[in-house]
Structures are given as structure tokens and as C-alpha cells.
Design a protein around this ligand. Structure first.
Ligand SMILES: Cc1cc2nc3c(=O)[nH]c(=O)nc-3n(C[C@H](O)[C@H](O)[C@H](O)COP(=O)(O)OP(=O)(O)OC[C@H]3O[C@@H](n4cnc5c(N)ncnc54)[C@H](O)[C@@H]3O)c2cc1C
Length: 362
């Protein structure tokens, strides 16, 4: 390590990807600084559903499944460790995921046997037994081992864990560009001055593409807005997560039910709309008519770091050694976070990587 540089690594972006990357690097003994434009955990990682599985997992490239499967095996224990290490409960819940998709059962079974996933084909009666509140009981698949975390609690929990370990975090500091010396990245320029480090990691979510645009390799990450609504349900209403026709219901521990989500190309506009609220309400009460008796407490949106092939970039930048990127997790940033942040840390530390990094290279 170059002792002249104040930090071994600067991480740009305090979402789930930036915070867990900071955690792995800190635990490997690196002096890490996390730099965040606003406050940590207030963007996509706050807004998401926290389902610890891709939706329709068999539809994804193997490189996405491999990250998901690595993380799924470790998430329950890891979230327990976050809780005990920082004192904030991320509300892990092994609620299972019921997917109503009669036309895709065969595909799902083939995928499950390839990846050794626990998945059962279900008929309409099974669906009714697993989720009695469902109105439309259709065939599909049941993934009993898929869990969830509650996003706002998850990001608080990650932050508390970092704070408990005294990992420095500089909020309200926007990174504007990169410092280079002899063709290497040696830090970042911010509106509050320059910060120097041996390595820099960009974990800027939907904003990563814009930040890296001037470096010469295309970073095809675009914001894709997702809106959600929250019902003030009660704990007996629904136990599993349910997905049908690309809409899902996620029951939280306290009985609240998240219904999501929209997929909208609206640039960096995070507004919520009446149309989305009405659409989500209509779908929710058609799927689960009993929801109509509960109040809609909240509506929000977040900007996913969209990438059309769904494969995140987990890579050193080919044009600027010393600069690394971990971004573009699109709809799966929470389920992929554990493996993706471990893999980028392996690359930054020169450690044996947990997975072949080639599919995620820029
Ligand atoms: C409605 C919705 C539902 C979702 N549901 C799920 C789900 O069920 N399961 C799942 O796995 N995933 C889900 N996702 C996706 C998941 O939330 C994202 O993929 C993930 O949160 C991305 O994390 P991130 O850390 O890359 O981005 P973010 O959480 O957006 O964090 C990026 C951070 O970088 C900061 N930043 C950006 N530019 C700069 C800069 N120049 N200087 C300093 N800081 C900067 C931002 O302020 C932000 O805090 C969902 C997303 C949405 C919106």
C-alpha cells in the first residue's frame, strides 16, 4: 500500500452495494472511506422490496443466478450478524415465494434442478393452501426457502454495523470526478475538495453511468423507476410473498403489505403518480381482495440501476487502473449484494475470487 495516500479505498455511494463493499474491505483490514452525496441508504436500496430472489429466477442468465445462489446460502446468517453487530434488525423473514406462472413450470423445474434450488410445482389447490387470501388460484411454483429483508431496516442495519466498527462515512459530499496520476486512479474530486486513496470503487447505483461517462468505456446503466404502495395489513392476512403477472405482494413481519412495482423509464425523476397508485391498488385488490379493508398508508418510488441484460458490472475499469465499479444490479440489487460486494472486494484485494469474474467485466 502507498502510505502517502490517506485511505486504501474510497467507496462512492452509500446504498446497499457501497455499504456492504465497505464492510468486506474493512474486515480485510483496509482503511476505507465511504463518500455519499446525500445520506446513506436513501435511494434504491431504501425503496426496494427486499425479496431475496430474482423475480421468475429461471429467466435470468446463469451469471445472475450464480451471484444470487451464493448470497441466498449466506444471507440468513449474515443478516443475523448485521443485527447483532450493529443493533438494528434488518427483519429477515423466511416467508417463501409463491409464483403463479402456469406456462413456465417446466422451465422453472429444469432451472431448479440445474442450480439445486428448492422449488415445487403447485396447482391451483396448492396455491390456495399456501396463500388462502388469494382470489385467483392458479398453478405455478413454490420456493419455500426464499426469504426477504425489509429495505429501510436493512440499510439502517448495514449503516449501524459500519458505525459500530468506526468505518468513516462522509455524507453530503458529491463525487464529481477522479484524480489520476501516471495513468492510475488515486482518488476523487468532490465539491468539498479532493480525497486521495490507493483504490476507488464506484457504487453509485443508477447514477454510476453518468459519473463514469467521461472515461471512455460505455457504462450502460440507466435509471428505471419503480413505485410501490404499502397497505396497513395485519399479521394474519398473508404469510408468503406472492408474485403474479409481474406484480408482487410482500408481507412484512408487522402485517404491513408492500405491493409493487412499476417499471418506468422516466429519467432521474423520482415522483410518484396517481396512475401508478391506482394501478397497483387495482392489481393488489384483484389478487388479494381482502386487502380492500386495509388503508394504503404510503406510496414511494426508487430508481433502479437498470441494465438491459440484468448482469451487474463488477470489475476494474479497463481505462483507469485503480478504479473499480460495482453497479447495475437493476431489479436484483439486494439479493445479489452479498456475492457482488464480496466479489468486488476479492478483486480489489487480489484475493481468490468467489466466482469467475469474467461475466461481470466492463
Ligand atoms: C421499487 C423497487 C423494488 C425493488 N425490489 C427489489 C427486490 O425485491 N429484491 C432485490 O434484490 N432488489 C430489488 N430492487 C433493486 C435494488 O433495490 C437495487 O438494485 C439496489 O438497491 C441497488 O443498490 P445500489 O447501492 O447500487 O444503489 P442505491 O441504493 O441507489 O445507492 C447508490 C448511492 O450512490 C449515491 N451516489 C450516486 N452518485 C454519487 C456521487 N456522484 N457521489 C456520491 N454519492 C453518489 C446515491 O446518492 C445513492 O445513495 C428494487 C428496486 C426498486 C426501486
Amino acid at each position: 500500500m502507498n502510505q502517502d495516500l490517506q485511505y486504501d479505498a474510497i467507496i462512492v455511494g452509500g446504498g446497499i452495494i457501497g455499504m456492504l463493499s465497505a464492510l468486506h474491505l474493512h474486515e480485510a483490514g483496509r482503511r476505507v472511506l465511504l463518500v455519499e452525496r446525500g445520506a446513506t441508504g436513501r435511494e434504491s436500496s431504501w425503496a426496494g422490496g427486499g425479496i431475496l430472489s430474482p423475480l421468475y429466477p429461471w429467466r435470468y442468465p446463469d451469471s445472475v443466478t450464480e451471484l444470487a445462489v451464493w448470497g441466498q446460502a449466506r444471507y440468513p446468517e449474515f443478516l443475523q450478524e448485521l443485527h447483532s453487530g450493529g443493533g438494528v434488525d434488518p427483519e429477515y423473514r423466511p416467508s417463501g415465494l409463491l409464483i403463479l406462472a402456469e406456462d413456465e413450470i417446466e422451465k422453472a423445474l429444469v432451472w431448479a434442478s440445474r442450480f439445486d434450488a428448492t422449488l415445487e410445482a403447485t396447482d391451483a389447490d396448492d396455491a390456495g393452501r399456501i396463500a388462502p387470501a388469494l382470489a385467483t388460484r392458479r398453478a405455478g411454483v413454490w420456493l419455500p426457502r426464499v426469504g426477504q429483508a425489509r429495505n429501510p431496516r436493512l440499510v439502517k442495519s448495514a449503516r449501524a454495523y459500519l458505525d459500530a466498527r468506526n468505518v468513516p462515512i462522509q455524507e453530503h459530499t458529491e463525487v464529481l470526478g477522479f484524480l489520476t496520476e501516471a495513468g492510475h486512479c488515486v482518488g476523487v474530486q468532490t465539491q468539498r475538495g479532493d480525497l486521495r486513496a490507493t483504490q476507488v470503487l464506484v457504487a453509485g447505483g443508477a447514477w454510476s453511468g453518468a459519473l463514469l461517462a467521461d472515461l471512455g468505456s460505455p457504462i450502460p446503466i440507466e435509471p428505471v423507476r419503480g413505485q410501490m404502495i404499502l397497505f396497513r395489513g395485519d399479521a394474519n392476512f398473508l404469510s408468503p410473498m406472492v408474485l403474479a403477472d409481474d406484480r408482487y405482494a410482500i408481507p412484512r413481519r408487522d402485517g404491513r403489505i408492500v405491493m409493487g412495482s412499476t417499471l418506468e423509464h422516466a429519467g432521474f425523476d423520482k415522483s410518484t403518480t396517481h396512475e401508478a397508485r391506482d394501478d397497483l391498488y387495482e392489481v393488489a385488490t384483484r389478487m388479494l381482495p381482502g386487502l380492500a379493508k386495509f388503508e394504503v398508508e404510503h406510496q414511494w418510488s426508487g430508481l433502479r440501476p437498470g441494465k438491459t441484460d440484468n448482469i451487474p458490472l463488477i470489475s476494474e475499469h479497463p481505462k483507469l487502473p485503480g478504479l473499480f465499479v460495482n453497479a447495475g444490479h437493476f431489479r436484483n440489487g439486494v439479493v445479489l449484494a452479498l456475492a457482488s460486494t464480496r466479489l468486488i472486494s476479492d478483486l480489489m484485494l487480489g484475493r481468490e475470487p468467489i466466482l469467475n469474474p469474467a461475466p461481470y467485466a466492463i
